[in-house]
Write a protein that binds this ligand. Structure first.
Ligand SMILES: CC(C)(COP(=O)(O)OP(=O)(O)OC[C@H]1O[C@@H](n2cnc3c(N)ncnc32)[C@H](O)[C@@H]1OP(=O)(O)O)[C@@H](O)C(=O)NCCC(=O)NCCS
Length: 183
């Protein structure tokens, strides 16, 4: 893979009513608001749920910095009509030497149950297969996160492993599944 070429300009993805675009500092308020909704409790580590608007700004700046730093790629899921960010998805880590990446995502609860994440992940996977040439994409998910497990299975991921007490979420060591998709 020619990473110099790939990291030239940010690959925004047009998905009809949705656009997957760069994450901007101006997305911090939307990110903060939905990440602190009660519905998000229990599925993400504390580090992934900003407790203050300053922390939310730090987070969006971090995710937005991955592409310019040529490290990885993370998209804002935005409504095309208003440009409002309603979620994020992308690769929190890419190992270029191994053509492997780890995917993660989150969505404003107002948009759950509409197929938004399914559409977004399918778009990203298409890009990963043809634009990035990734061979393996993996995801770690808390064993009782049924909605996320459904997204992964619907996108062709297979359950590969059970990881006991893998991460601390809200003070509790949680068990996770490892899911993988290999092309
Ligand atoms: C994981 C998460 C993104 C899933 O959101 P979601 O809305 O359930 O997922 P999707 O966008 O794929 O929507 C699928 C649902 O929309 C329904 N749907 C409605 N219209 C649809 C359409 N046009 N196309 C496809 N599905 C549609 C599907 O039937 C499905 O419902 P079901 O699961 O009850 O059968 C969301 O729960 C979330 O943000 N959770 C907190 C963060 C998190 O867990 N992140 C992942 C950590 S591993």
């Amino acid at each position: 893979m020619n990473t110099q070429y790939f990291f030239g300009s940010f690959p925004a993805l047009d998905l009809g009513e949705l656009v997957l675009r760069e994450i901007l500092a101006t997305d911090a308020q939307d990110y903060f608001d939905y990440m602190n909704r009660n519905e998000m409790e229990g599925f993400l580590t504390k580090e992934n749920r900003p407790q203050t608007i300053e922390k939310a700004l730090e987070e969006v700046q971090y995710w937005g910095s991955l592409f310019p730093a040529k490290r990885s790629i993370y998209w804002a899921i935005a409504l095309k009509e208003t440009n409002q960010m309603i979620g994020t998805a992308g690769f929190n880590h890419i190992s270029f030497a191994n053509s492997r990446a780890e995917i993660s995502y989150d969505l404003n609860p107002d948009y759950w149950g509409k197929g938004v994440m399914l559409k977004s992940i399918k778009g990203i996977l298409h890009f990963a297969d043809f634009g990035l040439g990734l061979v393996r994409i993996q995801a770690t998910v808390i064993i009782d996160n049924e909605k996320s497990i459904k997204v992964l299975e619907r996108c062709g991921f297979e359950k590969e492993g059970f990881m006991k007490k893998y991460e601390v979420v809200e003070g509790e060591h949680k068990d996770y599944y490892m899911f993988g998709r290999v092309v």
